[in-house]
Design a protein around this ligand. Structure first.
Ligand code: OOG
Ligand code: NI
Length: 465
């Protein structure tokens, strides 16, 4: 019976927790980062009671400590399609398409995440998932070799795929199956210190692009970072070096603002890890690889198409004023440009709402007697309704490229023709990606409909004199 199935939101919450525990044991610096973020968040909430009240009204305060995203890179269409089936068991759907090739990274990506506000509230866990684009490798022999190596690996345990199939056939998993699924699926994301290729092959792949070696040379798509959410990324960035963590030079995304928009992110360098490479004579060869890094992020309000166009325009403007991408050398000048350019972006929730630049959720204030027939603006002006920013749940392509690059070393980046290919990505995925703007609009609409219904019920019931 369906009522005995575990809610996918619960499976996702378990999985997110298990992933965090595993990553803590694999990468001790992640624990340092969690500590740092928890301290900054506690301090921010204490110093900004208005922010604390806002996050309490939206419920975000309850999910803050469990909020994190991860990232993985897969090598083949089949791996991506199976990843979609595995994430579906956890109530995660592919949302959005990100083309990283213009930034010299031979991948395109989506974000697997929950889509309904109630599910996001239960567990906002998301995974930025990239598919290697072997077709962008110029060297044909190497391309074929990489494809051969990838075709020979299976990144899921047999049991994971069995349980995913059971989920599909039954429409859910019972408790014991769900728990087993979490433990089994976790194996796919582990770090393996033995490469599947020889040192020579690794070096050849690496010579094409470090990312290609990272995807092709290992047994599976190790989780390469897990990112907690901070309420003050400038403070967290300043705190990182004090704890012996070297952050990248520039915070990706918009500049600091009173009303945060979208997403700001910073990361620290990948760790060099010992790897054993396969030897032709059965003798392993010792070497190393940099795979895993750390990242923190601050999330702000989701922007409408109009708001996003303004964001993209201002970001372009700020970047056009420095030569090339921001780096250590021009970090201060870049941040100043960003501040200057974004002066044109309203920094006030009422203004963002009035100009239709951002998404909001509507809430009743508790004041009785509002006429549901009155317009939205009147109900707000008369104090029956209030609006709160709807948090951005997705990623940003330019920021993602910056995060990739800061962890791929400073070597000159490859140039790829700008050929975004959402259709090819969806074909590999075996499904269409959802449009994030539609999801935000739906949430906003549902919150308004609920308010109107409640006001209608109040109006329909006898009002106490
Ligand atoms: C993903 C980089 C992008 C983000 O938060 O934008 C990313 C990767 O390096 O695989 O994680
Ligand atoms: Ni990330």
């Amino acid at each position: 019976m369906s009522q005995n199935f575990v809610n996918p939101d619960q499976i996702r919450a378990w999985f997110s927790r298990a992933m965090s525990d595993m990553y803590k044991s694999e990468v001790p610096l992640y624990d340092t980062l969690l500590d740092l973020v928890a301290q900054v968040n506690a301090k921010t909430l204490a110093e900004q009671p208005e922010l604390a009240a806002q996050l309490a009204r939206t419920g975000e305060i309850e999910r803050l400590d469990i909020e994190r995203h991860g990232a993985i890179r897969v090598g083949t269409a089949q791996e991506l399609a199976n990843m979609r089936r595995v994430f579906a068991v956890m109530g995660m759907q592919p949302v959005g398409y990100y083309d990283l090739s213009p930034a010299g990274v031979p991948v395109h990506s989506t974000a697997f995440r929950a889509t309904h506000e109630a599910s996001l509230q239960a567990s906002p866990f998301r995974v930025f998932t990239s598919l290697l684009r072997l077709e962008l490798i110029a060297d044909e022999a190497l391309r074929e070799k990489a494809a051969r190596i990838l075709a020979a690996r299976q990144i899921f345990t047999a049991r994971t795929l069995e349980l995913a199939a059971r989920f599909e056939a039954q429409g859910g998993l019972m408790d014991a199956d769900a728990r087993e699924f979490v433990a089994e699926a976790l194996h796919t994301f582990r770090w393996h210190s033995e490469a599947t290729v020889s040192l020579e092959d690794y070096e050849e792949l690496h010579g094409q692009h470090r990312l290609i070696a990272d995807v092709v040379a290992f047994k599976g798509p190790h989780i390469n970072h897990l990112t907690p959410r901070t309420l003050d990324i400038d403070e967290a960035q300043a705190e990182m070096p004090r704890r012996g963590v070297s952050a990248k030079a520039v915070i990706e995304g918009p500049p600091p603002r009173k009303c945060p928009i979208l997403l700001r992110q910073t990361s620290f360098k990948a760790l060099e890890e010992a790897v054993l490479f396969a030897g032709a004579d059965g003798q392993a060869a010792a070497g190393s690889h940099t795979a895993r890094f750390g990242e923190i992020e601050q999330r702000g309000v989701a922007l409408t198409r109009k708001g996003r166009a303004l964001y993209d325009h201002l970001l372009d403007l700020a970047r056009s004023r420095i030569s090339g991408a921001p780096n250590e050398g021009n970090a201060a000048a870049y941040m100043q440009n960003l501040q200057d350019c974004f002066a044109a972006f309203p920094d006030d929730h009422a203004e963002l709402h009035a100009q239709g630049l951002a998404y909001f959720r509507y809430f009743l204030t508790g004041k009785q007697g509002g006429d549901p027939e009155a317009g939205l603006q009147d109900l707000i002006a008369q104090g029956y309704l209030r609006f709160e920013p709807l948090v951005y749940e997705d990623f940003l392509p330019v920021s993602a490229a910056g995060i990739f690059q800061s962890n791929l070393g400073d070597k000159a980046q490859a140039e790829y023709a700008q050929n975004a290919s959402q259709a090819a990505f969806e074909q590999a995925l075996g499904a269409k990606v959802q449009d994030e703007l539609t999801l935000y609009q739906d949430t906003q609409d549902r919150s308004l409909a609920a308010c109107m219904q409640a006001l209608g019920a109040q109006a329909g019931s006898p009002v106490a004199a």
